[in-house]
Structures are given as C-alpha cells and as structure tokens.
Design a protein around this ligand. Sequence first.
Ligand SMILES: CC(C)(CO)[C@@H](O)C(=O)NCCC(=O)O
Ligand code: NA
Length: 574
Amino acid sequence: MDPSDQKYFTVIDYVIFAVLLTASMGIGLYYALSGGRQRTTQEFLMADRSMHCLPVSLSLIASFQSAVAIIGVPAEIYTHGTQYWFIGCAYILGLFIPAHVFIPVFYRLRVSSAYEYLELRFSKAVRICGTLTFIFQMVIYMGVCVYTPAFALNTVTGFELWGAVLATGLVCTLYTTLGGLKAVIWTDVFQTVVMFAGQLAVIVVGVQKTGGVADVWRKVWEGNRISGLDLNPDPTERHTFWTLAVGGVFLMLSLYGVNQAQVQRYLSSRTEKEAVRSCYMVFPSLQLALALSCVMGLVMFARYCGEDHSDKLMVIYFVMDMLHGLPGLPGLFIACLFSAALSTISSAFNSLATVTMEDLIKPQYPAMTEARATLLSKALAMSYGLLCLAMACLTHLMGDSVLQVALKIFGMVGGPILGLFCLGMFFPWANSIGALAGLGAGLVVAFWLSIGSILSRSTRPLPLECGANVTAAIQTAISNVTLSQPSGLKRFYSLSYMWYSAFNCTTVILIGLIISFLTGRRVLIRVFIIRTPQRPPSGHKEGNGLAFSQEDGPSLEERESFLPEDFVEYETAV
Ligand SMILES: CC(C)(CO)[C@@H](O)C(=O)NCCC(=O)O
Ligand code: NA
C-alpha cells in the first residue's frame, strides 16, 4: 500500500483530529480553573466524590476499551469467526459481582486506593506488594495502548509514527495533570461518544459499499464466520464458550472489581447507590461496544473473503479503503482510535498517580501538607505520562496480536491481584504471610506459564487462518514430529490465555490458604463486619465479606482511627 497520507486525509480530516485533541485539552483546562481548582488531593484524585452515575459509567467502559480492542476484535472475528462474541456472556456476572461484592466493601471503607484495603485486612507489606504489582501491570499496558493506534496509522497511511505517539502522550499528560479525575472522567464521556460514532460510520459505509445487509449476511454465512456455541471443555482451546463466558468472568472481575482505575471511579460517585448504578449501566454500553467491533469484523469479511489478508493491521486498511473519498470520515475514524487510546491512558495516569501517592508516599510522610501532596500528585501524573512514552518504545519490540497481548497482561498480572483481594474478602482465616506467599507464588506461576506458552508456541505452526493451505498442513506435520517436550508441561503451556485470570487468581488463593494454615492456625477468630450508615446492622448475617482476623489485622486502635462507628465485632469458631 502506498504510504502516503495524501491519499486518505483532506484538510477536514486533520481538522476533526485537531478538534478531538483541543476539546480534550479544553476540558482539562476547564476543570483546572473551576470548582476547587484542583487544590486538594480529594478533588484531583477523587473528583470530590461528587460524580453522577452516567459520566462514571461511560468512563468505566472507556478505561479498558482502547484502540487495541477497536483494531483487535474485528481482526479476531475476520480470522476466527464470531466465537469471541460470547465474551459478552461474561459481562453479566463480571459486572453483577463487582456491583454487589467489591463496590460495597471499597465504598464503605471510604478508602482512596483499593490497596488500602489490603493493609486493613492483612498488613502494610501486602499493601505495598499489591501496589507494586498494579503499577507494573498498568505501565506495560499503557505502552501497548499508546503505541497501537500510532503504529497502525503509520503503517497504513504514513501518518508520522512518533509524532502521533508524542501528540497522544503529551495531550493526555497535560489534561490529566491540569484537570485531575474530573477532567479524566468528562473527557472519557466525550471520547466514548466519538469512539462509538467512528465505529458506526465505518459499519454504515462498509455495509453500503459491500451491497447491503443481506449481502453481508450471505457472505459471512457462506464464509462460515457465524460460529455456533463451542462447548468443547478442553481448557487449551483458545476460544470456546467456557473459556470466554467463564474465564472471561475472572478477567472482568480483575478489571471491574479490583482494578484501581475502576475502583477510583466507583469511589468518586456521590453515593454508593450511584456507584452500583454506574456499574449496571456499563452492561448495555459494553455490549454495544462489543457488538460494534464484532459487526465491523463481519463487514470486513464480507468485503475481503477469499483474499488472504492475515495482516493484524488489516482493520486500518479496510477502514481507509471504505472511507477514502468521503472527506471527514477517515478523520472521524482516526479520532475514534485516538479517543479510545486517550481515554485509557488518562485513566492509567490518574490511577497510577493515586496509588503512588496514597500507598507509597503518604504513609512515609504522614505530616505532608495538602498543598504539597496535591503538587506531588500532579508531578506523579506527569511523570507517568512521560514513562508511558518510554513504554511505547518497548512495545515497538513486541509481536503477536495486540488484543491477545493486552488480554494476556490482564490475566498474568491482574489475575494474581484479583486472587489477593478474594483471599482477603472471602477467607477470614487467611493471614498476611499467606497473602504474601500466595501473591509471590501466583506471579511466579503466571510468568512461568506465559513465558512457557511463548517459547513453546515458537516451535508450533501458525494457527490455520482464512486461507488455510498446504504449507500450513506440512508445518503441522513437521512440528508434530519435532516437538519433544513432556506432554504434561506442554499441555500446561498451551492453556488458553482466556483462563489466565481464573488460573492465576486460583493459585494465589490456594497457596495463600495453605501457607495461612501452616503459619497461624487458630480456634477463634474475630470477624469485623462493616456497618453502613444507610443500613443499620442486624446481627452478623448481613456481613458483606470483609473480615479481619485477630492476629494479622490492624490493631484495634488503628481500626478505630479509620472508621470508629462502622465496625461490629464478634467471635466465631473456625
Ligand atoms: C476488557 C474487554 C475484554 C471487555 O470486553 C475489552 O474491552 C477488551 O478486549 N479490551 C482489550 C484491551 C484494550 O482494548 O485495550
Ligand atoms: Na479507552
């Protein structure tokens, strides 16, 4: 393809892209100069805990819906059919459980960082390890997010690669640093709308150009792209109903239940009810986002099938092919891609600044003034912005399908973090040594599994794709002969990446429980149930899962300094 943006972009396209960046900056500036003018950490990091559910819910979708999904999901559907669409089933429990289990715990504790919970429940060491793990996860993910749209555009249209990376990184850093969480949430709202509009435009034009809905349907049906329910229980099958709908629930829990970016949004809601409502409202919008990307994949198939496009950037080729000659629309799609990316990395910057401030810095300097803490938070948001640019360079070196890379990061690092929170919330007899050992073991096994899967895959053939051919068949035959790993380990390495979250979460819980039993068995434990201002306690039955054991929880004084009136205490036998 001719690498020249002259072919695709007219002045109006550049204008639309510029409007996106300017409007985002404008929102940042507005929140820098209005309200409390970002002079407290409560405002900068928590949006004064004053948000309504609609902006919060749109912002919740935006956090983990980046250009990776916009490019990756249609490519997945094109190559492997609509099986991936079944991940929509995981959204039911994946949002219901956070709404009724995780939100009440975090909200009622009035924490700022989700990791504060880990110290309340276990110890300072567990909190710090949890925080560091989260920082690691988000920093890598951020690099993928900022790099993907820039790289895609550069390859297809010749749009300057590092120019685009710098523009995204700097604009995002600026409005995040200026306007705090309020700006992040309101730009997310605007960017989510642009994202949907861009995808919709491509689909409408695409359907028209391929001959209408009936024609698209006939082609994808004949091309065998409408997948039935695959109920194969084999956990090494990449995408089946089980890997997607059950494995996907754990993925969703790690993102929507305990990820700081999302927890922070729940906490910024004005009431707990509003937070729960926003979580419910994510469901239809996330289904819409999924449907739009899946349909785009199908339209793309209707357009190209027969041709052997296995390029992971084919979505961009397709879009430019559809939209060029329609001034403004290529610009709208670029705005859509960058909206998706901006809204994700801004959430990352702000949540990273929050945990670094609340979990790593404030506990060391409890006497810090509010003015200094706010200034430092802004400096942190900005530093993470610059780090993000560095991470983009690192991503430059990675291969693989971007969607798979992002979902693997969520499973490898997010899975163990989810395990840590579950250990705390659901197992009163877990102690902090168990939690540390569990997290450590969980991360080691997660990395072993992921690295093993990368290494063993390099000796296997490429997956059969649309234009499966003789070469692939020969490759399979050869690799079947040459693979000599023990089959048990090989099977372990080929676990579907959609199970990573569930598997790694379970490792943490199991090891955590075993070590807890070995290091601190007790006959009696003391369980503390949080009372809510709205709902007076009526005995221990209405416990919401937050439990402190006698030995490894914080001291009674410490707990009282946190929430004097909110605890009820009783003894129970193990
Ligand atoms: C988080 C899910 C799985 C929810 O459907 C989806 O948004 C997704 O595939 N995200 C990929 C990561 C990204 O878009 O950056
Ligand atoms: Na996003």
